[in-house]
Design a protein around this ligand. Structure first.
Ligand code: ATP
Ligand code: MG
Length: 253
């Protein structure tokens, strides 16, 4: 089941350049929350801070607190492996392990977590591929086709299946459909719509219609600050802040 995410006083830097300023945001469980805003406003940085992905960037630094359910993300002693089991992530560009089979792609996270039992692996691979709406397309080539042999849209659903396999509580999606054709995009959107009953989903998107279609809540970022967070409908119809209104009516960005 999904858990709430609570960010408080979150600041992020790349070297001397500050990318996030004092973000405070409560993201509710078992819903989808969209993060919108113009290029460079800190959307990717924000979602990466939620599972300490910034640790992979040299000179990146974060201050403040993030709680995901009962896990204190920046507290002492939460190992990255444990965090990433609870918090799945999907990127803009599908990144399956190219030479691994479809099966091994989905099982990778489970194996990393020490699961070796074949029956358990088979079960989880099938469940995850079904959840990601990919099972019917790949069930006859699980071990014969590689991740790289799939179409872009299939690769993205494979990455979603891989993330789901370890039964996370949160799914972070950074523009998961922006590199996909319209049919694949609509499959991924349908998927988000179904997944949100059981997961907390945070989706970064450039596409305001997409935010309106899939997310109950939306946060608008501008120059590293959270300008406004509310029900999506409110953000897109009667935002409180003039800057939000200017953005959603297409005056900039
Ligand atoms: N690895 C990095 N090294 C240095 N600066 C970075 C790095 N990643 C992001 N930044 C800077 O941090 C700020 C926020 O970037 P971020 O990628 O979070 O924006 P974004 O809202 O996701 O933009 P886009 O819509 O283009 O994906 C920008 O000024 C960007 O140049
Ligand atoms: Mg980005």
């Amino acid at each position: 089941m999904g858990v709430p995410i609570q960010a408080k006083g979150l600041n992020a830097w790349f070297g001397k350049t500050q990318a996030l300023y004092d973000i405070a945001l409560d993201i509710p469980p078992n819903h989808a929350t969209a993060i919108i805003g113009p290029s460079g406003c800190g959307k990717s940085t924000f979602v990466r801070c939620l599972n300490r992905m910034h640790e992979t960037v040299p000179n990146a630094r974060v201050a403040g607190s993030v709680n995901i359910g009962t896990v204190d993300v920046y507290g002492n002693g939460t190992p990255a492996v444990e965090l990433r089991r609870r918090v799945g992530m999907v990127f803009q560009k599908p990144n399956p392990f190219p030479t691994m089979s479809i099966y091994d792609n989905v099982a990778a996270g489970l194996r990393l977590n020490g699961i070796r039992n074949r029956h358990k692996l088979d079960e989880s691979v099938e469940r995850s591929l079904r959840q990601a709406a990919l099972w019917d397309e790949v069930k006859d080539s699980l071990n014969t086709k590689s991740g790289a042999s799939l179409s872009g849209g299939q690769q993205q659903r494979l990455c979603i299946a891989r993330a789901l396999a370890v039964e996370p509580e949160v799914m972070l999606m950074d523009e998961p459909a922006s590199a996909l054709d319209p049919i694949s995009t609509s499959k991924v959107e349908d998927l988000i719509y179904q997944l949100k009953e059981h997961y907390t989903i945070v989706i970064v998107t450039h596409n305001m219609q997409q935010a309106a279609r899939v997310a109950e809540f939306t946060g608008f970022f501008l120059m590293g600050r959270l300008v406004e967070f509310d029900k999506t409908e409110k953000i897109f119809t009667t935002p409180r802040d003039k800057r939000t209104e200017d953005y959603i009516t297409g005056r900039f960005g």
